[in-house]
Design a protein around this ligand. Structure first.
Ligand SMILES: [Zn+2]
Length: 270
């Protein structure tokens, strides 16, 4: 069964912008040039405590991007996020973005203006770099794995985190995501069709036997080859009384950002 693509405001805005300009995707198109066509000048420079910044002027808008961002994919996602502000949020005069403002887990603050603006810019960036129809076709029929997410990240040239969230929305295999920061679980999300209950551990430490906790306690980051780690169902999810942990095959894959003490755990069943 095909998933229904839900076009949120930011998502629809990016889709229309691509369509109006005659693009199927921007995979091989320089984002700096795309931004300049929309009246935004991109400046790459060293920045502290900021990944990107937008300064709206009367005539011209400047978008500054931190040239210290270590991955091209993350740099592209940041540029796309700022382009989202450029086309959707003209009223704000100056705006700074970092790991916190660009967090995907801002559902609770979505009603507040800042939360909504960031959510829209992320949805915009996601659709600009990974058009839903193309993303859906690319993942269809492929087994879910950390490698699939990495392959999608290099195909669409965007951050692994943004791919994980796109997969949560559109991917064929049910997954759930937990974001832990500073040894505390901040938020979790799951697909509508994820068939298990989640033990709500928001504001608590990640589970003792989770891969996320292994990072916080021991600084352990698994290599690419070993990034798919077996866990118990009861690690992150509710184990019913009539169930036995041995009857399930659950895995956890962590996207770790040591500089921000942040871990995104992707949990799925095979
Ligand atoms: Zn922003």
């Amino acid at each position: 069964m095909e998933k229904l693509i839900k076009y949120t405001k930011g998502c629809a805005c990016a889709r229309d912008l691509l369509c109006d300009n005659g693009f199927d995707d921007l995979i091989d198109f320089p984002l700096d040039l795309f931004a300049s066509g929309l009246g935004g000048t991109i400046v790459h420079k060293p920045m502290t405590n900021s990944d990107g910044r937008i300064i709206f002027g009367k005539k011209n808008t400047i978008i500054e991007i931190n040239n210290g961002i270590p991955f091209e994919e993350k740099r592209r996602f940041t540029i796309a996020h700022e382009i989202g502000h450029l086309v959707m949020h003209k009223g704000i005069d100056i705006h700074n973005d970092n790991e916190a403002t660009m967090s995907w887990f801002n559902n609770k603050e979505k009603q507040a203006r800042n939360g909504r603006v960031e959510y829209e810019a992320n949805q915009f960036a996601s659709e600009l770099l990974m058009p839903s129809i193309i993303f859906y076709k690319k993942q269809k029929g492929k087994k879910f794995s950390p490698k699939l997410l990495r392959d999608l990240s290099s195909y669409f040239k965007t951050s692994l985190t943004s791919v994980a969230f796109k997969y949560l929305e559109l991917g064929d295999h049910p997954i759930c995501l937990f974001h832990s920061y500073n040894k505390r679980v901040k938020y979790w999300m799951r697909n509508d069709d994820f068939p298990h209950y989640i033990t709500d551990c928001t504001k608590l430490s990640p589970p003792e036997d989770s891969v996320a906790m292994e990072f916080f306690e021991k600084g352990k980051i698994h290599t690419k080859e070993k990034s798919k780690q077996p866990i118990w169902k009861s690690t992150w999810l509710e184990l019913n009384k009539y169930e036995n942990d041995n009857d399930f095959n659950f895995y956890e894959f962590c996207i770790v950002t040591p500089a921000y003490d942040s871990v995104i755990s992707i949990v799925w069943e095979e």
